[in-house]
Design a protein around this ligand. Structure first.
Ligand code: SAH
Length: 224
């Protein structure tokens, strides 16, 4: 019936519109500082909902979710380790391990979330064993964000970074920049064509100067 057809057409149009809004918000997040991201979601709470829905759909296209690797990794390590999940999204990590997990995001998708900018988390210095950024290093103030992770990590603590593979121009330059920030590369898993999984150990405080190799390209999604 023509009625059904117009319902279907309308649904398809709405889908397109949401897709376009997701790509726009996603681009804004990758091209602005974390402070601007705070403002974006404060001024437009619906934007977060659209962003998250789009993010979840994108991830479903991937053969594997990098968060599952991080969950497996944590399950092999003592449950007594305290974890901080920077940009936790729906808190799947916290829900999947026995560890104490501090969950930080801009908007609370779950009651576990502490709402804050990841460049400034309400944790004491040297209070966590493992810091996690799973597809969450979005702000242009990368250095500031990683310095914050360094601050809250105990000496020798672990930093796990999972990022979209296409965001790296030069993994080696990135790793040497990380060394400047007080993170020694422990292992790198490049086995997925979709994402890179990096494990670091905190060696000490960051060197107080600009770190030129610390660059990630924005992850922009194509219209489908
Ligand atoms: N780590 C989760 C979610 C990844 S999506 C997972 O793997 O499923 C990226 C998340 O980072 C989003 O929820 C987004 O809101 C959050 N984020 C982006 N910039 C942030 C910031 N400045 N402070 C806190 N969270 C931020």
């Amino acid at each position: 019936a023509p009625g059904n057809r117009s319902v279907a057409l309308r649904a398809r149009m709405e889908e397109r519109l949401l897709g376009a809004r997701f790509r726009y918000i996603n681009q804004q997040l990758y091209t602005s500082s974390s402070r601007e991201a705070v403002r974006l979601f404060r001024e437009d709470p619906q934007a977060f909902e659209i962003y998250h829905r789009g993010f979840t759909r994108q991830l479903l296209r991937w053969p594997e979710n990098p968060l599952d690797r991080i969950i497996r990794y944590l399950r092999q390590r003592p449950a007594s380790l305290v974890v901080a999940d920077f940009g936790c999204g729906d808190c799947k990590l916290a829900a999947s391990v026995k560890n104490k997990v501090h969950c930080f995001d801009l908007v609370p998708l779950s009651p576990r979330v502490t709402v804050c900018d990841m460049a400034q988390v309400p944790l004491a210095a040297e209070s966590v064993d493992v810091a996690v950024f799973c597809l969450a290093l979005m702000g242009t103030n990368l250095q500031e964000i990683l310095e914050e992770a360094n601050r809250v990590l105990k000496p020798g603590g672990t930093l796990m970074v999972a990022e979209v593979a296409s965001r790296f121009e030069d993994v080696r330059a990135f790793l040497s920049a990380m060394a400047q920030l007080g993170f020694r590369s422990v292992s790198k898993d490049l086995s997925s064509t979709f994402f890179v999984l990096l494990e670091f150990a905190k060696t000490g405080p960051p060197r107080p100067r600009p770190v030129p190799g610390l660059r990630l390209l924005p992850c922009l999604y194509k219209r489908r």
